[in-house]
Design a protein around this ligand. Structure first.
Ligand code: AMP
Length: 288
C-alpha cells in the first residue's frame, strides 16, 4: 500500500474502499480532505481540523481536469507529488488517495452534477463549467470514501456552498465543514496559484483582501455599498490588477445580491471578489 516515503498511499477506488472498510469495522471515524496538491498551510490547516473531528484522516491528491476550462491552466498547474507526500506525512495523514485520471473518469464516463444557480453565478459565470467539474469530482470522492466529515476551505467560499447544496440535495450522508482562510502576514490568502505572481505582483496582491475589508466596513457601518464597491474597483486597478471579474456583497446562503447595507440585518452577508493580476486570477472573501 505504501509508496517509498510519505503516508500510506492508494491509487485505486477498490484499495481506498478496502482501507476505509477495515477502519469502519474497527469503529474508527473518517475525515476526508480533498486537494489538488501544491500544498500550503491552508491545506495543512484542513488536515489539522480533520484530525480534530475524526480518528482517521484521508487526504486526496487529484488535479481534476473537468473543473478546468479550455483556456485555463490545467497543463501548467503546479505539481510536486514528492513534496506533497512529505507534508502529508508530517501532518500524520492516515491515508493518501492519489488516483490517475482514468481511475476517476472511466471509459465512457459522462455523468455530471449541476447544482444550478448557486454554481452559475460569480465564479460560475467567469469560469463556465467550473462548479459542474467541482461538484462531480467531490461527489465521486465522497461516494468512494464515505467519510463522516469532509473539510473545505472558506477561501473558496462559493465552492464550499456549492458542495453543501449538493450534499443536501443528493442526501449524501456526510457532514461538510468549512475551515477559515489561512493568510500571509500581509493578508494575502494562501493559494497554490500565488506561485504565478512575480515579486512585484506579489507585493500588489494583498490589495484584494484590503479592498474586501473596506467594503465589509462600509457594509457594517451602514454605508453606501455601490460607492464602496466602485472605490474598490479603482483601488485594485491602481494597484496593478488588469481586470476585476467581480467585487460584490451577497447573501452568504443564496448568493443573491445585497445592495443596501440595511438588508444585512435580515441576511447573512459575504463580500466576495475575483480579479486578475499578471498570470494569476485571485479570489478571496470576507464574512460580514
Ligand atoms: P485546492 O488544492 O486549491 O483545490 O484546495 C483544496 C482545499 O484547500 C479546498 O477546500 C480549498 O478551499 C482549501 N484551501 C485553499 N487555500 C486555502 C487557504 N488559504 N486557507 C484555507 N483553506 C484553503
Amino acid at each position: 500500500m505504501s509508496d517509498s516515503s510519505g503516508p500510506p498511499t492508494v491509487r485505486t477506488v477498490a484499495d481506498l474502499r478496502a482501507a476505509v472498510a477495515t477502519w469502519r469495522s474497527a469503529g474508527e471515524t473518517i475525515a476526508l480532505v480533498p486537494t489538488m496538491g501544491a500544498l500550503h498551510e491552508g491545506h495543512l490547516s484542513l488536515v489539522r481540523a480533520a484530525h480534530a473531528n475524526a480518528s482517521k484522516v484521508v487526504a486526496t491528491l487529484f488535479v481534476n481536469p473537468t473543473q478546468f476550462g479550455e483556456n485555463e491552466d490545467l497543463s501548467t498547474y503546479p505539481r510536486d507529488e514528492d513534496r506533497d507526500r512529505e507534508l502529508f506525512a508530517q501532518e500524520k495523514v492516515d491515508l493518501l488517495f492519489a488516483p490517475a485520471i482514468a481511475q476517476m473518469y472511466g471509459e465512457n464516463d459522462s455523468t455530471r452534477i449541476d447544482v444550478g444557480e448557486l454554481g452559475t453565478c460569480l465564479d460560475g459565470e467567469y469560469r463556465p463549467g467550473f462548479f459542474v467539474g467541482v461538484a462531480t469530482v467531490v461527489a465521486k470522492l465522497l461516494l468512494q470514501s464515505l467519510p463522516d466529515v469532509a473539510l473545505f476551505g472558506e477561501k473558496d467560499f462559493q465552492q464550499l456552498q456549492v458542495i453543501r447544496r449538493m450534499v443536501s440535495d443528493l442526501h449524501i450522508p456526510v457532514e461538510i465543514m468549512g475551515v477559515p482562510t489561512v493568510r500571509e502576514a500581509d493578508g494575502l490568502a494562501l493559494s497554490s496559484r500565488n506561485a504565478y505572481l512575480t515579486p512585484e505582483e506579489r507585493e500588489a496582491a494583498p490589495a484584494l483582501y484590503s479592498v474586501l475589508n473596506k467594503i465589509a466596513d462600509a457594509a457594517r457601518s451602514g454605508g453606501d455599498l455601490p460607492a464602496a464597491i466602485d472605490d474598490g474597483m479603482d483601488e485594485l486597478r491602481a494597484a496593478g490588477f488588469s481586470s476585476v471579474d467581480y467585487l460584490t456583497v451577497r447573501n452568504a446562503d443564496t448568493f443573491a445580491v445585497i445592495d443596501a447595507s440595511t438588508d444585512l440585518q435580515r441576511f447573512p452577508g459575504r463580500v466576495l471578489g475575483a480579479a486578475h493580476l499578471g498570470k494569476a486570477r485571485l479570489i478571496d472573501n470576507v464574512k460580514l
